[in-house]
Design a protein around this ligand. Structure first.
Ligand code: ZN
Ligand code: ZN
Length: 141
């Protein structure tokens, strides 16, 4: 069984569609303050590497959320479309946008040290702090 699948989906209004050739079946939640400010709660994101194409490009707004990453949204309905690492073009797409969500398993929670006390997921997942995440992303530093 493969760890990835070819997934399609769209924003809430349908103005933006996407196709992700290598969507990971194991998704992660991010509890960081930026993701929670962005979405109102933890972001449940599917790693999709760099093989993602969009339709309805003219409806995609992009916000530079840090020096290394940007976040996309539909300018018509406001749905969040992606978190993207600028240099590598790696996309992380919110799980809720996918047409087929039966593929997913909830594997990992990151920035766990920033999770507020008022909620906790019951799923048994791997957890990582932001420091551990950055170490994994850039082992040379
Ligand atoms: Zn939309
Ligand atoms: Zn985050």
């Amino acid at each position: 069984m493969s760890d990835v699948f070819a997934g399609q989906g769209s924003c809430l209004c349908g103005a933006v569609g996407f196709s992700a050739e290598n969507a990971a079946k194991n998704l992660g939640a991010c509890h960081c303050g930026m993701c929670r400010k962005w979405g109102g709660g933890p972001a449940m994101m599917v790693p999709c590497a760099d093989a993602v194409s969009f339709s309805g490009d003219e409806n995609i707004g992009v916000f530079a959320s840090s020096e290394w990453a940007e976040r996309g949204f539909c300018t018509s309905c406001g749905s969040h479309l992606f978190y993207r690492v600028r240099e590598t073009r790696e996309h992380y797409i919110p799980a809720g946008l996918f047409d087929d969500q039966d593929q997913f398993s909830f594997a990992e929670q990151v920035c766990i040290e920033q999770k507020p006390a008022f909620y906790a997921f019951a799923n048994d997942t791997k957890t990582m702090t932001q420091d551990q995440l950055f170490e994994q992303a850039s082992p040379d530093e």
